[in-house]
Design a protein. Structure first.
Length: 680
């Protein structure tokens, strides 16, 4: 940037505006949420991610832009259905949301309708202004004066709507890092001086216009013809004035400074060939009181602001070869000073990587006269002798891993980008599949695998919990026809996914099928009979646990209660995820045997009941018979829990460790390890 434009970060009047009164934009998630953001047309549920925000997404209402940024927590931001009102709500988890005003405007107030908050709520922090509320359901209000407001959440907050009030930006508006110009202090660049050179600029005009006085009649000699564009060039740059048909007062060169007087149409500046403008100053009048710049004027790009002395209007933006000002009313200019910066050309290679079957590669250059050559074999396209260099004329397809190298002859700029085709990783069992990174493709081998439970929602979403000798995972909407108790053998191609810390296998379009699988009905799946504190080692597995019921009340909403299963010092919430409506039988402080599925939930776990039976024997630290210690009597008790009552008189059946003789304490550890893994 040249020295005459000194931009410092102090708030000044941003003078581009279309209206001078307050306006409003309402982001009504409850009514319109599923039509506001590209790619999101459904809500998420306990078994669907359809409403999840997996990347930053933006929507615009009445010129105001709302951006929802990715979350920093394990739970994705999402659209969800509020269980009380049955309306859609936007749920934000440890993420930021941005509101940006239209050009020349300032946000003055944002009112949130909050439907719910985290159990230990914290109000979002804001980059500017003051937020009142935000820690409970109801209304939260932000007030300030800024072009951009950022709300950063550390806890979850659920929004039904956000209503933004905005007005014309003023001298106190925080520009959020935008331009805040000072008066120009030096004249460098190309100058169109209308006051000094009016007689030689625009030679097609007959003279200057005036109102006349005394014996001197009024003159229209300096009027620009209507319906036409009149241009003038200085040092390769061009200023063009367009006056539309029917304009009441014509644009003109006037008899007194400021000489260039515009009342409508447009003023367009074109940079010299091969250059881009980095700044433009429109000098107005010699005194602030005489300066006239219509606040409704708008730019084709970038932003403008009145300089702090009030006598100049300054434009800044991305370097451009052409800039147009739409004139809304009385604007009087004494001269225009244009500065230029060195144009740094770039070459961009775009396309998806990693990709599944193919990706489209596009190469773009900032040069209007680009002559691009590329290679996909790793060789140098800049080498004139390289016969493998291909001239780029249109986007092309890649179907295999390759490094694309490109060279723009017109600028000498090079670029390269590697594109990787996803290859399937061979996984010998479920444990190896679960160890993959999210997004990896796999050929999973299933050996004597069992579908311990399959649940399909009323919307058709399917979760199949699959167990083999190495571990368990969830087949989520794979399209495979699997039923509870099916035995599965063979290979299948799946993608590794992780949802709320739960390992999942999901479908790969065009690849996932049952062609290499044998799926047949099998015997009833046996649950892993475990103590409650062993739940973290049996995620996504069919388990049998015993404990007593504890009912807790939500501190923030006493009308809500939650049911927990407790054994010793361990407790996990029971949640009716499968909508079996079988939890109504549970009574506080009674003991129950629960057969169900365990899944992660935030920092802990939940148990989804399938069957509930009153009574049962709690298994705590190997003390199976509950006499307060681990001894030989626990061998028979544990055997009976797993396999049923021992009716044999041959006690050697409980000789688990194979040492012979009557049961002893080493058999307790051996049997415990067989069922639960290594005992601690």
């Amino acid at each position: 940037m040249n020295k005459f434009l000194r931009f410092s970060f102090v708030a000044v009047l941003m003078a581009i505006c279309n209206v001078a009164f307050a306006d409003e934009a309402k982001f009504d998630f409850a009514a319109n949420g599923l039509t506001m953001f590209p790619g999101i047309t459904e809500v998420s549920t306990s078994d669907s991610h359809a409403g999840d925000f997996t990347e930053a997404k933006s929507t615009v209402v009445n010129g105001v832009t709302l951006t929802v940024n990715p979350t920093a927590s394990g739970a994705a931001n999402r659209f969800w259905t509020n269980y009380n009102s049955n309306n859609v709500e936007l749920r934000i988890y440890s993420a930021s949301i941005d509101f940006t005003a239209p050009t020349g405007k300032a946000i003055k107030k944002i009112v949130f309708d909050i439907t719910g908050v985290n159990k230990s709520p914290e109000a979002p922090t804001v980059n500017i202004g003051t937020l009142t509320g935000g820690t409970e359901a109801g209304t939260a209000t932000w007030e300030g004066n800024a072009t951009k407001v950022i709300f950063t959440h550390t806890k979850s907050v659920f929004y039904a709507s956000a209503t933004v009030t905005f007005e014309t930006a003023d001298a106190n508006t925080d520009q959020g890092g935008g331009i805040t110009p000072e008066p120009p202090v030096e004249e460098e660049g190309i100058v169109f001086n209308f006051d000094d050179n009016y007689a030689t600029l625009f030679p097609s005009l007959a003279g200057v216009s005036s109102s006349g006085s005394g014996d001197t009649p009024a003159s229209t000699a300096g009027d620009f013809p209507v319906g036409e564009t009149v241009s003038e060039a200085v040092d390769g740059a061009t200023v063009s004035i367009y006056t539309p048909d029917g304009q009441k007062t014509p644009n003109r060169i006037w008899s007194a400074p400021p000489r260039l007087r515009l009342y409508g149409g447009s003023l367009t500046i074109n940079a010299p060939s091969g250059q881009k403008m980095t700044g433009v100053v429109f000098h107005l009048a010699s005194t602030k009181s005489d300066s006239k710049w219509n606040e409704g004027n708008t730019f084709s790009s970038g932003t403008g602001a009145l300089a702090v002395d009030g006598k100049s209007f300054v434009w800044a933006g991305d370097p451009t070869g052409s800039l147009s000002v739409s004139i809304a009313g009385n604007t009087q200019i004494s001269k225009i000073v244009i500065t230029f910066g060195a144009v740094e050309h770039s070459l961009t290679i775009s396309g998806t990587t990693p990709f599944e079957e193919s990706t489209t590669v596009t190469i773009t250059s900032t040069s209007s006269s680009a002559s691009i050559y590329y290679t996909i074999d790793g060789s140098d396209p800049a080498d004139e002798s390289n016969t493998n260099a291909i001239q780029y004329t249109a986007p092309f397809e890649l179907t295999a891993t390759a490094t694309v190298k490109a060279f723009d002859e017109s600028t000498g700029v090079s670029a390269e980008k590697e594109f990787v085709k996803k290859e399937e990783v061979a996984c010998a069992n479920i444990a190896e599949f679960n160890a993959l990174n999210k997004g990896d493709n796999a050929i999973l081998t299933l050996t004597n695998a069992k579908a311990v439970y399959v649940w399909t929602s009323d919307k058709g979403t399917q979760k199949a919990y699959i167990r083999d000798a190495s571990g368990c995972t969830v087949f989520f909407n794979t399209g495979l026809e699997i039923n509870t108790n099916d035995d599965i053998n063979g290979t299948v191609i799946l993608k590794k996914d992780v949802y709320n810390k739960l390992d999942e296998a999901i479908k790969i379009e065009g690849k996932t099928n049952a062609d290499n699988l044998t799926i047949q009905a099998g015997e009833e799946a046996k649950p892993a009979v475990i103590p409650l504190d062993a739940v973290p080692n049996h995620v996504a597995d069919l388990i049998q646990v015993v404990g007593s019921i504890v009912v807790k009340t939500d501190e923030s909403d006493p009308s809500k209660t939650y049911t927990y299963l407790k054994s010793g010092e361990t407790e996990y919430q029971l949640y009716d995820s499968f909508h079996l409506d079988n939890m109504g039988v549970l009574e506080a402080d009674k003991t129950y045997t629960i057969i169900g599925i365990a899944e992660p939930y935030k920092t802990t776990f939940e148990i989804y009941p399938i069957t509930i039976t009153e009574g049962g024997v709690e298994i705590i630290n190997g003390d199976i018979d509950g006499n307060g210690e681990v001894n030989t009597s626990d061998v028979t008790a544990l055997y009976n829990v797993i396999f049923g009552t021992d009716t044999t008189t041959d006690k050697s059946i409980c000789d688990v460790d194979g040492t012979g003789g009557d049961p002893n304490t080493s058999d307790v550890t051996a049997l415990y390890n067989i069922i639960f893994g290594t005992a601690e």
